[in-house]
Design a protein around this ligand. Structure first.
Ligand SMILES: O=P(O)(O)OC[C@H]1O[C@H](OP(=O)(O)OP(=O)(O)O)[C@H](O)[C@@H]1O
Ligand SMILES: O=c1cc[nH]c(=O)[nH]1
Ligand SMILES: [Mg+2]
Length: 217
């Protein structure tokens, strides 16, 4: 797996990452969603640099300008719920992309420490020969992303597969490296230290879905 870390240099990205983590700021859910969206816009821009391009000529009022345009069909696939604000950011930039939606949530049948991933809702477009961008702000154990990747590839063969996360734990990255094909790309805005006993990312930000949309039963 090719891993791209995008916050290695100082940039405005660090302000948005700081705000989604900060306990004194993150409970403003509109700001939380908008910050994830802004991070999505920055990540979309960074990712756009390695997509395939074709030469085009643009007619201006005064002449013709030779330039380039993205030369692949993009499909954006957020994982519900927390992937939705990240999806908004990507869609702001890749406005011609197709979209697919898959849900994944942790189900704790016995206790807080053990869980299984339930993939229930799916609305998946044709992914064959397209560039798929799987979007989820949090990569903790990696089980949600592996489960959704498996679901997406049940009936399709994309040309390229990119996974985009905002905050990643080393344990989740190791799980993806073990379970996903080598030609996948992983984009990480910020790498954290570890998981805690409940498999939350430390220092992380808490529960991204709840911060964006409120707690669930
Ligand atoms: O790497 P993992 O250990 O699988 O954990 C990460 C998943 O947990 C969160 O979703 P959650 O289950 O909280 O659902 P939600 O988005 O509806 O809150 C997050 O958005 C990821 O999908
Ligand atoms: O730290 C974590 C782990 C999973 N899901 C979250 O929202 N946060
Ligand atoms: Mg959640």
């Amino acid at each position: 797996m090719k891993i791209h870390y995008i916050s290695e240099n100082n940039s405005i990205l660090n302000h948005f990452l700081g705000q989604i983590r900060n306990v004194n700021v993150q409970n403003d859910s509109m700001r939380f969603r908008r910050n994830i969206e802004r991070i999505g816009e920055i990540m979309a821009y960074e990712l756009s640099k390695i997509l395939p391009y074709k030469n085009v000529e643009i007619q201006t009022p005064l002449g013709i300008k030779k330039t380039t345009e993205i030369n692949t069909d993009l499909v954006l696939c957020p994982i519900l719920r927390a992937g939705l604000p990240l999806h908004n950011g990507f869609l702001n930039y890749f406005d011609h992309a197709e979209n697919s939606f898959v849900s994944a949530c942790r189900h704790h049948p016995n206790n807080d420490h053990e869980f299984e991933i339930l993939v229930e809702y799916q609305a998946i477009s044709d992914l064959n020969n397209k560039t798929v961008l799987l979007l989820d702000p949090m990569l903790a154990t990696g089980q949600s992303i592996v489960a959704v990747h498996k679901k997406l590839l049940e009936n399709a063969s994309p040309a390229e597969f990119h996974i985009v996360v905002v905050i990643a734990a080393p344990e989740g990255i190791a799980h993806l490296e073990k379970n996903l094909p080598e030609n996948c790309h992983l984009w990480v805005a910020s790498l954290d230290e570890k998981l805690n006993e409940k498999n939350y990312i430390v220092p992380g930000l808490g529960d991204a879905g709840d911060l964006a949309y409120g707690s669930k039963l």
